[in-house]
Ligand binder design. Structure first.
Ligand code: UDP
Length: 358
């Protein structure tokens, strides 16, 4: 029995792709830590993507990084002692990832880490330490892209490390048709207006503390959006709702359509049909790459080196003119470039887990 631990939006999406295969081949207990708990940050993904209901929901959210991680660690240890899984599977880089890896390894339960080897090169990014420690605690490491394998090599972690492709790409390919076929009326912005027609809008997401802790930075990003030639759809992460409302009251942005967080199918439709994408999300910058849509990432470190080619994804500081200059740079699209695999990473991961456990 494999215990999968998820807690945050991008992990639900990856679990949707992998659980489908894993459950067929091997039993799975799904544990939701509760880190993301709003209906439109959690429930909607389980419903839309037909993810099996979590067998356990720990209901742990909020507090400082330490408080959250510590509470998860205690609760997960109890659950693992009770269930005695053969392996614990974790995704990405959140506090849920680290807590599950740490609880399991101390109980002598092997850990499999999906998205192993991702590094942004700075501990200023709060998730970096989660990535590093989880990889070092893991017995099986699944890298999505060649650059992640290189990082594992540098840290002497190539034992039981496999380049499998990206489950996010599996999910994108699997759900894309469904997403593009959906009626547009399912998304309204805060003022009840429907989203514009395909190709007649920009898509933006922005929620990292690097950009949103300082209102001036967020304002600069929004000023760039104000200067664009078509409306900008911006579903606001619950973490930033108040910051955005405050800025809106002060500056009254007119070109930006603020909305509640959208479901995954709507999000990948927006990515695919946008003129361009502006984001600080690890997932959204990859999805823009999958869809062949140009992206500007508002961060000062590279998350996904494979996307940073031919101006397809460019970094920008949170400064109006810099963002606009990047958006104006011409992009080249090489259709043969497929660094995220072939959409079958979940089958590979399941095969390696089976081999490891047998
Ligand atoms: N996403 C979504 N609804 C939104 C914004 C994003 O479903 O309102 C999706 C997005 O398409 C991607 C994932 O959520 O698949 C990325 O999650 P997030 O940005 O929270 O985390 P990160 O990828 O940065 O870890």
């Amino acid at each position: 029995m494999v215990m999968t631990v998820v807690g945050a939006r991008p992990q639900f999406i990856k679990a949707a792709a992998l659980s489908r295969v894993l459950r067929q081949e091997r039993g799975e207990v799904l544990v939701h830590t509760g880190q993301h708990h709003d209906a439109n940050m959690s429930e909607v993904f389980f419903e839309e993507l037909a993810i099996p209901r979590p067998d356990h929901n720990l209901g742990i959210a909020g507090g400082s990084h330490a408080q959250m991680t510590a509470r998860m660690l205690v609760a997960l240890e109890e659950l693992m002692q009770d269930i005695k899984p053969a392996l614990v599977l974790v995704y990405g880089d959140t506090n849920s990832t680290l807590a599950a890896a740490l609880a399991a390894v101390k109980l002598g339960i092997p850990v499999a880490h999906v998205e192993a080897g991702n590094r942004v090169g700075t501990l200023q990014n709060p998730e970096e330490v989660n990535r590093i420690l989880t990889d070092h605690a893991a017995s099986l490491r699944f890298a999505c892209v060649p650059s992640a394998m290189e990082e594992l090599k540098k840290e002497n972690l190539l034992r039981n490390a496999y380049l499998v492709g990206d489950p996010m790409y599996d999910a994108f390919l699997y759900y894309r048709e469904l997403a593009l076929g959906r009626p547009v009326r399912d998304l309204l912005d805060f003022e009840g207006r429907p989203i514009p027609l395909p190709g007649q809008f920009y898509y933006m997401t922005c929620h990292r503390q690097e950009n949103t802790d300082d209102p001036d930075k967020l304002h600069q990003i929004l000023l760039a959006m104000e200067a664009l030639d078509a409306p900008v759809i911006y579903p606001v992460h619950p973490r930033n709702r108040q910051d955005v409302a405050r800025l809106m009251a002060r500056h009254g942005y007119r070109n930006i359509r603020f909305a509640q967080p959208v479901g995954y199918l709507t999000s990948i439709r927006l990515v695919s049909q946008a003129q361009q994408v502006v984001t600080d999300s690890g997932g959204v910058q990859r999805e823009a790459f999958f869809a062949g849509v140009q992206c500007v990432t508002i961060l000062d470190f590279v998350c996904w080196p494979e996307t940073m080619v031919d101006n397809r994804n460019q970094l920008s500081p949170p400064e109006r003119d810099s963002i606009l200059a990047r958006l104006a740079a011409p992009m080249r699209l090489d259709p043969d470039l497929k660094p995220f695999g072939d959409g079958r990473s979940c089958e590979r991961i399941t095969r390696h887990i089976n081999q490891f456990l047998n």
